[in-house]
Design a protein around this ligand. Structure first.
Ligand code: G1P
Length: 293
């Protein structure tokens, strides 16, 4: 059960990673989309780093067939480590891939019924605690990270949270959209939520950008959630039912967001992060300038 003030610490995070990644075929035929590298880190690593920075201790991956390599990525690679050590090479580069023994849990989503269904698949591991959700396609880049910014707000007001950002009105129909109430700084009250509305019917241009903090009661709502937009069981529809029962806020992320679910977004993330890196930014800038004439 939630505490009356809905401020129990957020220790667990759910990563829905069962998707087929068809938009990136043939790259994703044998490799999970979440392992495609942005510079030299797989996409999922950015989300796990962001979670860790926000204090997340337990990592719950909702996987499916063909996704085992994601779990391998966060495991010990004995032969690799022994060989590198034998050659006198540092293993520091592997540090972000180490998750405490017992703190990585996988559950399977056997059939792709939607994001709401994927999250519900994690109910036994989540139990009666508030938890975070990370959609790894959304690469949130900044310091402090998006979830750390959300946790800061959570510690003040408690309840349920989504991250939001503004997009041109013609793009809202691809996303969950909030009906905003009062705002104070980066914090906005959420008065309503709708999944993939037509632009003309959207309550705002503030879209849900793939980070959530939810109270455990969402799981009961998901259990009986019917199909919504696109014929899928939508997380947004169950979240909408929490509004009015529990506090619900949105945090506008102070940082940059890259939509790595699209190819152009993926290229944009790669270029932006490469330009920002101390070890290669200068060289990449020169290369890009030359390329663009
Ligand atoms: C999902 C959510 C949507 C959210 C989006 C962010 O949609 O259902 O509310 O805005 O992620 O990327 P999907 O991209 O799975 O269609």
């Amino acid at each position: 059960m939630s505490e009356p003030n809905f401020r129990k610490p957020v220790r667990k995070a759910v990563f829905p990673v069962a998707g087929l990644g068809t938009r990136f075929l043939p790259a994703t035929k044998a490799i999970p989309k979440e392992l495609l590298p942005v510079v030299d880190r797989p996409l999922i690593q950015y989300a796990v780093d962001e979670a860790r920075e926000a204090g997340i201790e337990e990592f719950v991956f909702v996987t499916g067939r063909g996704k085992t390599a994601i779990v391998e990525h966060f495991d010990t690679a004995y032969e690799l480590e022994a060989t590198m050590t034998g050659r006198g090479k540092s293993l520091d580069v592997l540090d972000p891939t180490r998750i405490e023994p017992g703190n990585l849990v996988t559950v399977r989503q056997q059939v792709p019924l939607g994001l709401g269904h994927a999250v519900w698949c994690a109910r036994a591991v989540v139990g009666n605690e508030p938890f975070a959700i990370f959609l790894p396609d959304e690469l949130m880049y900044g310091s402090p990270g998006c979830m750390a910014q959300m946790i800061e707000a959570y510690n003040e007001v408690g309840g349920n949270f989504v991250s939001v950002l503004e997009v041109p009105m013609e793009e809202v129909s691809s996303y969950g959209v909030i009906a905003p109430g009062e705002s104070k700084g980066s914090l906005t009250e959420v008065k309503g939520l709708v999944e993939k509305p037509k632009a003309a019917e959207a309550p705002s241009n503030k879209i849900v950008s793939g980070r959530y903090i939810l109270q455990p009661e969402i799981m009961d709502l998901l259990a009986s959630q019917g199909k919504g937009a696109g014929g899928e069981i939508q997380l947004t529809d169950s979240m909408a039912k929490l509004i009015g029962q529990q506090p619900f806020h949105a945090v506008t992320f102070n940082g940059r967001r890259f939509d790595c679910g699209s190819k152009v977004g993926f290229v944009e993330a790669t270029l932006a992060i490469a330009l920002d890196r101390d070890d290669m930014g200068g060289e990449v800038r020169e290369m890009a300038k030359k390329m663009l004439g």
